[in-house]
Design a protein around this ligand. Structure first.
Ligand code: FMN
Length: 365
């Protein structure tokens, strides 16, 4: 397994708190190799009964695809009060990470979608542009690691594995669907409790990153994945939808095939450096964190309404900008079954403990 965590150099981008976290001044590979050991902590329980895709879990708190690069990162966040843990998106082939910066802090208000750009910040903020390009270990590495992780994950927690197809020259959508399905089948064979297909990655420009905007193709892929995984709970992760019509079309295409929709991956826009230059060669990047919360809650409300109108039984998973108990409550009230935190959990690994304490306090009032 990976070596022990190394001491970190001081940096304006690093927070000085005690719990170790992903170091955004270092590469994806470095962070992959330096997962912290799980701490021994007392976790305040969340009142109530909770489920994820209908399966019982100890709380609605989870981590979406992204922060958990491997099994050791999963066990770390499992020990910090998260109950559904998503393995960062994997592929059928090894893929390197984009060049740094992979996480570029930005300064902006709540985004609605359609903003031409946001401004980069030299200091850490509560939102950032994400630019990894969905790197992946080779299947033999991640399949072994998922097996290792499932064996060690405590009861009451679920291991979800996010997969994506990797488009090759000359491939049809059928080929891409088979590639998604192959990854999903491998993940289930390795012990995944839940499969998630990433239908939205704003940082790759090929169709494997934008399937949520093409309901017909998304439906075809979802059907192939469903065939491959049988009754294993299946989540489709989607991006920011511009209109209710687009949401309805997507729901009608994939709804009958999945157990849940997770939203919102991020809101894509270009990023300007503080001196006004376009970063990332002018390509758009997904903004994640606080700036996406209001739009994502609205999208969750809209999907909940559409699901109700259809009398369908599709669970919704709220993702985007959660860092407080009040945000969790907003998503649950909007119709989400569970919520997931990426940015806030990376900035403050103790965030689930704080939310659980806030929850307990509010239940006492
Ligand atoms: C470091 C990082 C890496 C991510 N990688 C993935 C990924 O591999 N697959 C995916 O579906 N989403 C990925 N995301 C998006 C998150 O799953 C999530 O949708 C997004 O961050 C919004 O949640 P947040 O506001 O709590 O950060 C990533 C996000 C972050 C911050």
């Amino acid at each position: 397994m990976s070596p022990k965590p190394a001491p970190r150099p001081p940096s304006s981008l690093q927070q000085p708190d005690a719990l170790p976290r992903y170091d955004i001044t270092k590469s994806y590979v470095w962070n992959y190799q330096h997962a912290p050991d799980p701490p021994q902590l007392e976790i305040p329980p969340v009142p109530g009964r909770w489920s994820f895709c209908g399966r019982p879990v100890d709380s609605p708190l989870g981590i979406p695809a992204g922060p958990l690069l491997n099994g050791r990162w999963i066990l770390y966040y499992a020990a910090l009060g998260f109950d559904t843990l998503t393995y960062k998106t994997v592929r059928s082939v090894e893929r390197a990470c984009y060049a740094m910066p992979n996480l570029q802090p930005v300064r902006c208000d709540q985004l609605r979608g359609g903003e031409p750009s946001v401004l980069a910040s030299p200091e850490l903020t509560d939102s950032w542009a994400v630019s990894f390009g969905m790197p992946s270990q080779s299947p033999d590495v991640w399949r072994r690691d998922i097996h290792w992780t499932r064996d060690r994950l405590p009861p009451g927690k679920l291991l979800s594995v996010s997969v994506v197809g990797t488009i090759q020259d000359g491939w049809t959508i059928e080929d891409l669907a088979n590639d998604y399905a192959q990854c999903a089948r491998w993940a289930v064979e390795s012990g995944a409790d839940v499969i998630e297909t990433n239908f939205s990655c704003p940082n790759v420009s090929t169709c494997d990153g934008q399937l949520f905007q093409n309901p017909q193709q998304a439906g075809l892929v979802a059907a192939r994945v469903r065939d491959a995984i049988g009754n294993v709970p299946y989540v489709a992760k989607i991006g920011h939808l511009a209109t209710e019509e687009a949401a309805a079309e997507l729901l009608d295409a994939v709804g009958p095939l999945v157990d849940a929709l997770a939203m919102t991956n991020s809101i894509a826009t270009t990023v300007l450096s503080p001196d006004g230059h376009a970063m990332f060669n002018g390509q758009r990047r997904g903004i994640c964190g606080n700036a996406t919360r209001e739009a994502s809650i609205q999208q969750t409300e809209m999907l909940a309404r559409l699901v109700r109108q259809r009398g369908a039984s599709i669970h919704l998973i709220g993702v985007g900008g959660v860092s407080r108990y009040a945000h969790v409550r907003q998503y649950l009230d909007a119709g989400a079954e569970a919520v997931q935190l990426a940015t806030a959990a990376m900035l403050d690994p103790a965030v689930a403990l704080k939310i659980r304490r806030e929850w307990r306090e509010s239940a006492r009032q």
